[in-house]
Design a protein around this ligand. Structure first.
Ligand SMILES: [Cu+2]
Length: 122
């Protein structure tokens, strides 16, 4: 009986710890242009909305255009209580699919990364 209680307590503790740390990581919740979305006008900035506050120094994106060339981004900054990462894009981006590879460091010191696509289709 005692062992069963201990096992149950341990399981509970483990699940609480795991969900707690998962919650604290910076997860990408939304973006502008939208994740997997299509926009009619060439965007001049990229907004990535995360679940946690970010450390600007260790957060960034690599944007690849339809020609497979890297798109130059600039003016990286945080907004919205440091949860939204923003960069400016060059004017007049060509139509086609874009890939955004992001990496983030949340204030709790955990690194996360991922990628998504959006399409410019006038
Ligand atoms: Cu974390």
């Amino acid at each position: 009986m005692r062992n069963i209680l201990l096992a149950a307590a341990f399981t509970l503790l483990t699940s609480v710890t795991l969900s707690g740390s998962a919650y604290a990581h910076a997860k990408l919740e939304a973006a502008q242009p939208p994740i997997g979305g299509t926009v009619k006008e060439a965007p001049t900035e990229l907004d990535l909305k995360f679940s946690e506050e970010l450390n600007l120094k260790f957060t960034g994106v690599k944007v690849t255009g339809p020609d497979k060339q890297e798109v130059k981004t600039d003016d990286a900054m945080l907004m919205d209580g440091d949860k939204t990462f923003m960069v400016s894009l060059p004017k007049g981006l060509a139509a086609g699919p874009y890939k955004v590879e992001w990496h983030a460091l949340s204030q709790d010191g955990h690194k996360t990364h991922g990628e998504y696509k959006f399409t410019v289709k006038p």
